[in-house]
Design a protein around this ligand. Structure first.
Ligand SMILES: Nc1nc2c(c(=O)[nH]1)N[C@H]1C(S)=C(S)[C@@H](COP(=O)(O)O)O[C@H]1N2
Ligand SMILES: [Mo]
Length: 196
């Protein structure tokens, strides 16, 4: 008999990924801890007419939304049906005038950590700067106070502790991309490493 559930899973889980119900923690370096968020800011810069820096209050005053999506980590786990709450990417980009030559972005996180992607992928509807996961504020391990979520690429592009976005004309490798990971990272094509 046709197994609808199994078929649905196959369509949702990219090749060589295993579904997990837990929420593994993965990152390089130390988890940032914040006494308070008075020193926290978010910078929108690079190829924009005028760069903008937002305080935490200004950032969280932007319109918010909820989205549900599946995430796929390059190390082989996928987690389905994540409910995120945060600021849609377009609400953040609206605050600046992006120059026409901008074709890529670099996300900047605490400790100088970075992740690159094409502008088109960054702007994809459904992407967001999230402050909640499954109804709870992000824990420090998962990116408190704010992380980016870009579910159609491997999860390493979803910068935790994100502090800014830079608009670029040319693609540049971010942190993991400099360390052998793929420049784009499409899980459906298994673009895990630079040579894939
Ligand atoms: N700032 C920062 N963000 C990061 C990383 C990192 O090292 N630093 N690692 C990425 C990787 S490799 C993965 S798989 C996911 C893991 O997110 P999680 O710990 O919430 O599951 O965060 C991504 N975002
Ligand atoms: Mo990862």
């Amino acid at each position: 008999m046709f197994d609808l559930k199994k078929n649905d899973m196959q369509n949702r889980v990219p090749p060589n990924q295993k579904v997990t119900t837990g929420f593994p923690v993965l990152h390089y370096g130390d988890v940032p801890h914040y006494e308070d968020l008075s020193q926290w800011d978010f910078r929108i810069f690079g190829l924009v007419e005028q760069e903008v820096t937002l305080t935490y209050e200004q950032m969280t005053a932007l319109p918010t939304t909820q989205v549900t999506n599946d995430i796929h980590c390059v190390t082989g786990w996928s987690k389905l049906d994540n409910l995120w709450e945060g600021i849609p990417v377009e609400e953040v980009v609206k605050l600046v005038k992006v120059k026409p030559e901008a074709k890529y972005v670099m996300l900047h996180a605490e400790h100088g950590w970075t992740a690159n992607m094409p502008l088109e992928d960054f702007m994809r509807p459904g992407n967001l700067f999230a402050f909640k996961h499954n109804g709870e504020p992000l824990t420090p391990d998962h990116g408190y106070p704010l992380r980016f979520v870009v579910p159609h690429l491997y999860f390493w592009k979803s910068a935790k502790w994100v502090r800014g976005v830079e608009f670029l004309e040319k693609d540049k490798p971010g942190f993991w991309e400099k360390n052998g990971y793929h420049m784009y990272g499409n899980p459906w094509k298994e673009q895990r490493f630079a040579w894939d």
